[in-house]
Design a protein around this ligand. Structure first.
Ligand code: ITT
Length: 197
């Protein structure tokens, strides 16, 4: 099986990706290649941040790799938290604070105005070329937490094409319809055509 580096420090994303690519690719983490860097995510868009992460690994470690950057875009908050999703509550990767802030800001907003989407941008650097893939899922922000599955904002996001929150789904159910699942499906389709050459 071919190795591929996933430029992320997020263990949840890594395990989702390992499950999606199981049997096709051996997904290596940043820790697996000896990278403990705090890669600066300073771009104003998720596409830009995905590019920074992939280029960092290529430039500093020499590996072909892919990266993902994801944002939750809430229409009633003018697209926030978007690129600021990881530290929306003020502390990096504190999902409880992040969800509390969203629920507070949407307090009293009726369900039909709680529309939102997760968007994932993937950047792949391979054989000297750069490729981009996108995946998204439309849904609504619930008024309280549902379930303890997934990670990040999953307990307060209900995809329109399902009857429960991401937080109530098994990893398989979530991956089938999620932003990341869809972006990765495009990535793996592309990789399979490359492998055939
Ligand atoms: P890396 O940059 O190391 O990959 P990260 O946690 O910073 O990891 P992102 O910037 O892509 O990842 O994501 C920002 C935040 O968005 C993340 O910390 C979660 O709170 C949230 N998020 C991302 N994917 C999610 C998902 O599938 N379900 C729920 N929340 C998610």
């Amino acid at each position: 099986m071919k190795d591929i580096v996933f430029a992320t420090n997020n263990e949840h994303k890594l395990s989702e990706l390992r499950q999606i690519m199981a049997g096709k690719y051996n997904v290596l983490s940043l820790a697996d290649i000896g990278c403990n860097d705090d890669i600066p995510e300073t771009a104003p868009t998720i596409e830009g941040n995905a590019m920074i992460k992939a280029q960092w690994v290529k430039e500093h470690y020499g590996y072909d790799c892919f990266s993902d950057d994801t944002g939750l875009e809430i229409d009633a908050l003018n697209g926030e938290p978007g690129v600021h999703s990881a530290r929306y509550g003020g502390v990096a990767h504190d999902s409880e604070r992040n969800m509390n802030k969203v629920l507070r800001l949407l307090d009293g907003v009726p369900m039909e105005q709680r529309t939102a989407r997760f968007r994932t941008a993937i950047v792949l650097i391979m054989d000297g070329e750069t490729h981009q893939f996108e995946g998204k899922v439309e849904g609504h922000i619930l008024t309280e937490r549902h379930g303890a599955g997934g990670f990040g904002y999953d307990p307060i996001f209900k995809p329109d094409e399902a009857d429960c929150a991401f937080g109530e789904m098994s990893p398989e159910q979530k991956n089938r319809i999620s932003h990341r699942g869809r972006a990765v499906a495009k990535l793996t389709e592309f990789l399979s055509t490359r492998q055939a050459h």
